[in-house]
Design a protein. Sequence first.
Length: 470
Amino acid sequence: MKTSLYHLILTLLGPHCCLSLLVQPCPKTCTCDQDPTYSSGLRVNCSNADLLEVPWDIPVGTTTLLLRDNHFEILHNSSFASLTQLRTLDLSFNRIAHMEENAFEGLETLLLLDLRRNVLTLSRKTYLERVFQPLASLKTLFLNRNSYASAYRREPPVLTSQSHGEDDESVPRSTGNVPKSSPLSLKAADGKSVESESETLRLNGTEINTSVTGHVKDKLELSNADLTYPDDALSHLHNLVELHLDGLKDTAFGPGFLNLSNLTVLSLQGFCHLGALDNTTFLNTPHVQQLNLSECDIIEVTRDAFSTLTDLRELDLSYNQKLGLDRLGDAFEGLSKTRLERLVIDAMVPIRNLGIIVNSTHLRHFKDLNHLKVVQARFNRIEAFDDGVLCTELPPNLKHVYLNANMLVLASYVNDLKCLESLELLHINGFDTYWTPPLRPPDPEDVRTRTKSCAKQVPGNGGTAEEAAA
Ligand SMILES: *[C@@H]1O[C@H](CO)[C@@H](O)[C@H](O)[C@H]1NC(C)=O
Ligand SMILES: *[C@@H]1O[C@H](CO)[C@@H](O)[C@H](O)[C@H]1NC(C)=O
Ligand SMILES: *[C@@H]1O[C@H](CO)[C@@H](O)[C@H](O)[C@H]1NC(C)=O
Ligand SMILES: *[C@@H]1O[C@H](CO)[C@@H](O)[C@H](O)[C@H]1NC(C)=O
Ligand SMILES: *[C@@H]1O[C@H](CO)[C@@H](O)[C@H](O)[C@H]1NC(C)=O
Ligand SMILES: *[C@@H]1O[C@H](CO)[C@@H](O)[C@H](O)[C@H]1NC(C)=O
Ligand SMILES: *[C@@H]1O[C@H](CO)[C@@H](O)[C@H](O)[C@H]1NC(C)=O
Ligand SMILES: *[C@@H]1O[C@H](CO)[C@@H](O)[C@H](O)[C@H]1NC(C)=O
Ligand SMILES: *[C@@H]1O[C@H](CO)[C@@H](O)[C@H](O)[C@H]1NC(C)=O
């Protein structure tokens, strides 16, 4: 407290000083302390405080402002205008559906903005063209887990004793015949993919009603045609390095992304239904070095889809089971134009798939990945390799291979192991009879909100998107 008082007094000496405001106290329902990250400033924590609006009396010297887990629906103009020192702003886990165009005015020094887990639809109507213009310093932006399309998307299963029971919320309810343990195979009875139907359902009607109230709803008259990556708004973020976003089906990253010359980390992981990737998808993001497309419901990748990512070093395509190992091979041709060093392709085949014998068709163009050093391909039901492929189809600089939890059996390919001289590390431990997702533990945040939303219903506000989907 002593330090914060000191800083408050300091700010009084600054240009914002006015006589009527002798000391700016910590706002009610918040806690204030010295910011551990930016030691010259204040960290103000107003998380989980049932707030409906951004408090007006946040101290001017605040560098970190935590507002997660409240009930904001609209970010009004000039909500943070006096907070010119702010570096980190956490607005995650609210119900924000609309941001007025001047909402972020004054935040020229902001480095990190977290808008995860709101209800901001990916469209130009939601992201007004100049809404991010003040954020000239922003380096990291979280917009993921916002799309309505994600509302029917499974959550990572909660690892409890009931998690495989009848009420497993991790499984979409839209069809009767989805196997409970296979959340990644979303097929309707006729074999048609169910996504488009569900998206329409969510985008106009029940979903918007139940997740946001009153006047906000009027602003959300959106159809599937409006969905796009808001590249106009994002193009103002010249210093952006890292972007976390939900993924849209068959949608390219528009020309505004070309302005983001520092954008090297792009993650669409988890809440996405990308469908087909082609040579337009990543045309405008040539600087990306790390791309995370795991759990993205990718169905097809054309041979040149990745060829525009000339700086790419790390790619995660895990859990794209509709792609499978057969069609994955198409991606390698484009990837040979990149600088790919690390490829993660865990669980690319459906659960309980027949065992796979990897052959030269699977590995077409794989040997052209000249920079590739590390491959992680766990849980792919691999039983063996065709004779010779380990000698002829592997890239020259491959050093580490993780094949844990496959179904490798002893077969004639062991004679080819002698060809793996330059390999430094080969993991083949673990044997998979069938794998049960998730491979990784659930995101603790998801567990926490799930528990909370069950325990605490906010009267009059309806449920969360997930509850509505259930
Ligand atoms: C902020 O406050 C919330 C609720 O009181 C608490 O759970 C959280 O740990 C706090 N965060 C920090 C960084 O202190
Ligand atoms: C917010 O600011 C923008 C840009 O100045 C303005 O066009 C808009 O009318 C303002 N909105 C409200 C509700 O005042
Ligand atoms: C959703 O909103 C419409 C009007 O836009 C209304 O007629 C309908 O009853 C609402 N549904 C629910 C479940 O609130
Ligand atoms: C819902 O959206 C679809 C197109 O996505 C449109 O054809 C339909 O008219 C919309 N329904 C309502 C009630 O807005
Ligand atoms: C994006 O870059 C183009 C060309 O360099 C430029 O004309 C345009 O103004 C930029 N857009 C923004 C929002 O900075
Ligand atoms: C990008 O990052 C470099 C340093 O990493 C920095 O010098 C530059 O100003 C940044 N911004 C743009 C628009 O390139
Ligand atoms: C992208 O692919 C299409 C065919 O699918 C081709 O006509 C076009 O020239 C390609 N564009 C580039 C930039 O390679
Ligand atoms: C991709 O994202 C998932 C989920 O956040 C994470 O577990 C995984 O490590 C990421 N992949 C890479 C290569 O960083
Ligand atoms: C490789 O295996 C796939 C089935 O997984 C098969 O379709 C393909 O014809 C095989 N290629 C060769 C060269 O045997």
